[in-house]
Design a protein around this ligand. Structure first.
Ligand code: FAD
Length: 451
């Protein structure tokens, strides 16, 4: 049976692993990625100062080493190849394309200079080719990061780490240079609800208190009245609250930078200065209102304040991009599906032999490890639905490669990716870091052409 997996992030790799471990049917997996480099957000999202997390790629390398696996990098579904063509060349298709769009704040002033979506900032410091030319102006002393998840924490940490801390990481060279010269001294992480509703994980929150040159600041007022619910699953909240209380009780160690964690505030307007860029952020104070389902939502109190910041980074969630020919759920902003089977968004009728895994299936929920069981679950559907499907005759396995090459697409194999990686590691060794990423697709392709 031949399967195309579109996207080489964790969800795609775990789906490949589950398929290739099948003993009942011989499966051949072709994994496509729009970039010449694999691993999705493990390379382009996970923070560069968390190298231990990036080590998960060693597991994916084992999957890629199987003789029944091929990597087709630098091929974008919807541009270089169509869904209809994939249907002709494969028995089943798995979409693992992640969430590459941002959710917006939806407030006046959002589009002005120095109001930069988290995707852009994160892609920029991680050396993602799409964002290598992003304009990130770090001449401002204060920055607001809007959102109460780990992505907001990552962005704040990278903004405030010392050059010595950053030099040990695989931060993109252009970002390292800009951060060495950064004038940022204070970052505000803003949550519209309270500390109990924040989706930070405790390890990441605690790390904010352990940085070389940064004092965490929490207003005791914004923790007042916090209670730890007695419900199951409250332990993350409990741990977070204890960490925040310890930050609030700390005597500032007079470090040169400050990280403020603010709660119960919603941005209502990004204020422009004389240069047309961000000069402040208007906030409304909120109170919590308990909903019948037990959740707490934020309600504005009509009391406002203006935060004196020169840059705003909204980190309020992500969404899947639309791909021509793939059913899209415009409300949830994911690939329309019924438990991983692609489905028509209106009639809910399942599209035969097409599946979706990872963030493209659920939206931005779940850490890397959570995709292993989730992708295996969807592979279970593929096995049930696909009984006998391998008897359908397909074109030769290399016919799809001829089609792509005939269009002038330079398809990058896994061995070629390893050549790119070797070059990056060698460059990194010169600056004393795990790798120095090549951020330009043409430069990656030129490197391969030389060999
Ligand atoms: C900033 C950030 C930091 C994170 N840090 C952590 C962390 O520290 N620990 C942790 O456990 N989790 C972390 N996560 C979460 C983790 O990265 C995700 O759970 C996981 O990467 C989602 O996997 P995925 O395979 O669904 O999508 P992705 O990892 O996004 O992979 C999608 C892949 O699809 C490719 N693609 C997209 N469109 C096309 C197309 N049309 N044609 C071909 N290819 C395409 C992309 O190039 C990409 O390679 C972080 C997430 C973010 C955003």
């Amino acid at each position: 049976m031949r399967v195309a997996i579109i996207g080489s992030g964790p969800a795609g790799f775990y789906a490949a692993e589950a398929l290739l471990k099948r003993t009942d049917t011989a499966v051949q997996v072709d994994m496509y990625d729009r970039l010449p480099t694999p691993y999705g957000l493990v390379r382009g999202g996970v923070a560069p100062d968390h190298q231990n997390i990036k080590a998960v790629t060693r597991v994916y390398e084992k999957t890629a080493a199987r003789p029944t696996f091929r990597f087709f990098g630098n091929v974008r579904l919807g541009r270089d190849v169509s869904v209809e063509e994939l249907r002709q060349h494969y028995h089943q298709i798995v979409y693992a394309v992640g969430n590459e769009a941002d959710r917006r704040l939806g407030i006046p002033g959002e589009g002005i200079a120095r109001c930069t979506p988290a995707t852009v900032f994160i892609g920029w410091y991680n050396g993602h080719p799409d964002y290598r030319h992003a304009q990130i102006d770090l001449s401002v002393p204060r920055i607001a990061v809007v959102g109460n998840g780990n992505v907001a924490i990552d962005a704040a940490r990278i903004l405030l780490r010392s050059p010595a801390e950053l030099e040990k990481t695989d931060l993109a060279e252009h970002a390292l240079e800009a951060l060495r010269n950064s004038r940022v001294r204070e970052v505000f992480i803003l949550g519209r609800r309270g500390p109990e509703q924040a989706s930070f994980t405790p390890v990441e929150l605690k790390e904010l208190g352990e940085m070389e040159d940064v004092d965490p600041v929490v207003l005791p007022d914004e923790l007042a009245g916090c209670t730890i619910p007695e419900t199951a699953g409250s332990s993350q909240q409990e741990k977070n609250l204890k960490i925040l209380q310890s930050f609030a009780a700390r005597q500032p160690a007079a470090k040169s930078k400050k990280l403020h964690l603010r709660f119960l505030v919603s941005p209502v307007e990004v204020i422009a200065g004389v240069d047309g860029g961000v000069a402040g952020l208007a906030l409304e104070k909120n109170r919590l209102e308990l909903q019948p389902d037990g959740t707490a939502s934020a309600r504005g109190t009509g009391k406002f304040e203006t935060l004196d910041v020169g840059m705003v980074l909204p980190a309020v969630g992500f969404a899947a991009l639309r791909i021509t020919g793939v059913p899209y759920d415009g409300k949830a902003r994911i690939i329309a599906n019924e438990d991983g089977r692609v489905a028509d968004p209106d009639s809910r009728a399942v599209v035969a032999n097409e599946y979706v895994v990872g963030w493209a299936r659920t939206g931005p929920q779940g850490l890397i490890g959570s995709h292993k069981p989730a992708s295996a679950h969807v592979v279970g559907h593929m096995i049930t639905d696909g009984a006998g499907i391998e008897t359908r005759t397909l074109p030769e396995p290399d016919a799809i490669l001829s089609l792509l090459r005939g269009r002038g697409v330079q398809v990058v194999s896994f061995d070629e990716w390893k050549q790119i990686e070797d070059a990056e590691v060698a460059r990194g060794a010169r600056r004393g870091s795990p790798r120095d990423k090549i951020t330009d697709v043409d430069a990656m392709l030129a490197l391969l052409a030389k060999d």
